[in-house]
Design a protein around this ligand. Structure first.
Ligand SMILES: NC(=O)c1ccc[n+]([C@@H]2O[C@H](COP(=O)([O-])OP(=O)(O)OC[C@H]3O[C@@H](n4cnc5c(N)ncnc54)[C@H](O)[C@@H]3O)[C@@H](O)[C@H]2O)c1
Length: 455
């Protein structure tokens, strides 16, 4: 442990004052590292109150697109990128030598799972090492990526301090989890309250000073580990509750009860009930992954996280359940098996109105159907072509088919996996022989109800 001298305290105080002043006056330069679904909206939200932002990304193609004033993400319009560029407020860069330019750095890189469902902090560690190589006194470093409690303190801090600079004296370290909900027009980055914690009081105050300009409200918590636990708790809460309604869906379906009608009625209770909706399986970079970060960390404390594991099992079984429901409907209605049957998958993105395919249950459903001999096409306005993915390499290059009446009529069944808004469901119902709806996008009162099945 390094002993603190009065000179060190004085140095830290001076650094805090300078940075706080720059943050208060919005003359500070903000660096956002990782310009994806989280980092890009955050960078744009920092431009709004007047900060100058440098966005860093290893993807030089993305950097080029952004510097042309265009958005590389479909649900994020180009206009705010173009106006931030025109105002000289935003620049994207793949040059990590420039990491010493910003006064505050926000890390928004991926935190996936490894091959054995263990946390893969490779992106976070690589980014932290790049920062450490250029770290200068007076910088504030904030991790935004979702991770297990202890990451900022145990992983980031030692890497940054290996630069020779001391945390809390020369530089400041904070954690503020990202709560971005891509495609949610009601709650954009600026409207979502932000949890903030610092490694020490100074870092906490600095991070709050920054975010107070960017978001409607900051919610300080006492330390880094707690802030990390808040985010992971939120996502575990979703995963467990979605698993519960998925389980109820299967029970009620067997009883002839519509789970959506049950939930819609139950949510009229003004207290003690919060609606969650069943679906074809979990998707995206958060809910299917983050809970297992805690499961992994809990092992260090000899605690098994049975709820989380069980929720994972139920949710992971959903694609198979959907395929089984489709198989039953084909069999009961037309006496057909899946082998040789033509199936149209409607929507492959993991959720409505986003161009994000990560962990999408549609891919697993296609794989299962393919293994059973079904002939599959898909329609998704957000994915004209399926890009390469690690787990489903065979699907790369497959192209979306148009939803033309004569084409729809050729399929034995259409399976709605993602409920994008722009899809003409009435037309689909007019020409399809059977529609299996996993999202409740078609109301049970629809005139074509006879050809609709739920899964
Ligand atoms: N997507 C969401 O809805 C969401 C919501 C809340 C929190 N999160 C969390 O935010 C984090 C980022 O997720 P995302 O969805 O934005 O990921 P993303 O894949 O959309 O974006 C990550 C970006 O980081 C870049 N990158 C990777 N390694 C880098 C490096 N070493 N240096 C610089 N850039 C690098 C990638 O090129 C990519 O552009 C994750 O921890 C995730 O769990 C995501």
């Amino acid at each position: 442990m390094t002993l603190r001298t009065p000179e060190m305290d004085e140095m830290a105080l001076r650094a805090v004052r300078v940075l706080r002043d720059r943050l208060e006056k919005r003359t500070a330069v903000i660096g956002v590292i990782g310009l994806g679904y989280v980092g890009l909206p955050l960078a744009l939200a920092c431009c709004k109150p007047g900060f100058t932002v440098i966005g860093f990304d290893i993807d030089s193609a993305k950097v080029e697109v952004l510097n042309r004033g265009e958005s590389p993400i479909k649900h994020i319009p180009s206009e705010p990128v173009a106006s931030a560029r025109a105002a000289g407020q935003f620049e994207a860069s793949a040059d990590f030598h420039r990491l010493n330019e910003p006064d505050a750095l926000m890390i928004c890189v991926p935190t996936p799972l490894g091959a054995h469902r263990e946390p893969d902090l490779g992106f976070v560690e690589a980014t932290t090492r790049s920062i450490a190589a250029r770290l200068r006194p007076g910088q504030l470093v904030i991790l935004e990526s979702t991770t297990y409690p202890g990451t900022t303190r145990e992983v980031l801090k030692p890497i940054l301090e290996a630069s020779g600079l001391q945390c809390g004296i020369d530089f400041f370290l904070a954690y503020s989890p990202e709560r971005e909900d891509p495609g949610n027009s009601e709650y954009d980055t600026a409207r979502i309250p932000k949890i903030v914690a610092g490694d020490g009081e100074a870092a906490s105050v600095l991070a709050q000073t920054l975010y107070n300009h960017v978001v409607a409200r900051t919610v300080p918590v006492s330390n880094l580990d707690t802030a990390e636990a808040v985010k992971i708790t939120e996502n575990i809460f979703r995963a467990v509750n979605i698993a519960l309604v998925n389980e109820l869906k299967m029970v009620y379906a067997a009883m002839g009860i519509d789970i959506f009608e049950v939930i819609d009625a139950a949510k009229t209770k003004p207290f003690g009930f919060m609606p969650f909706y069943p679906g074809p399986g979990l998707g995206g970079h958060c809910i299917p992954i983050d809970p297992f970060y805690l499961t992994w960390k809990a092992r260090e404390f000899h605690i098994s996280t049975r709820f989380i594991e069980l929720a994972g099992e139920v949710n992971a079984a959903m694609p198979r359940y959907v395929v089984e429901r489709l198989r039953c409907e084909l069999d009961c209605r037309f006496g057909k098996g899946l082998n040789g049957t033509r199936i149209l998958i409607v929507g492959v993105a993991y959720k409505k109105n986003v161009d994000d395919l990560r962990e999408s249950p549609a891919l697993e459903i296609i794989k299962l159907l393919d293994a059973m001999g079904a002939k599959i096409d898909y329609h998704d306005p957000f994915f004209p072509v399926i890009p390469p993915t690690r787990e489903y390499p065979d699907l790369a290059g497959k192209a979306s088919v148009p939803l033309e009446p004569y084409l729809i009529a050729r399929y034995d069944a259409a399976l709605i996996v993602t409920d994008h808004s722009g899809v003409d469901y009435d037309q689909l119902l007019e020409y399809a022989k059977l529609v299996v709806d996993t999202r409740h996008v078609i109301p049970p009162t629809h005139p074509q109800a006879a050809i609709i099945a739920r899964a």
